[in-house]
Write a protein that binds this ligand. Structure first.
Ligand SMILES: [Zn+2]
Length: 91
């Protein structure tokens, strides 16, 4: 009976969860603790100070259509329009 040697699985790692911008394929690098490889923010621990977190939010804000205030405002307008429609139906 042949006994196979115990070879460690060199490719037994959790892959990085990032997707390539150009090819659309998932990244094949091994992930670090935060689930990303060294190329996709694996070493980064993110913004720590409140000032840094605020700067990050501002950098990611594009038009503000999906902020809590904008969503609440649209909902108020929608409710007002529905009330107007209900009044007009009664007339
Ligand atoms: Zn990656």
């Amino acid at each position: 009976m042949e006994v196979l040697p115990l070879v460690p699985k060199l490719h037994f790692f959790k892959p990085c969860g990032a997707t390539s911008k150009r090819s659309g394929l998932p990244c094949s690098q091994p992930a670090m603790k935060n689930g990303r490889c060294r190329f996709h923010g694996g070493k980064s621990t993110g913004a720590k100070t409140s000032q840094g977190k605020q700067a990050q939010r501002q950098a990611n804000l594009k038009a503000g259509l999906h902020t809590k205030e904008a969503i609440a405002e649209r909902q108020e307008v929608r409710e007002l329009l529905n009330q107007c429609k209900a009044v007009l139906r009664q007339v």
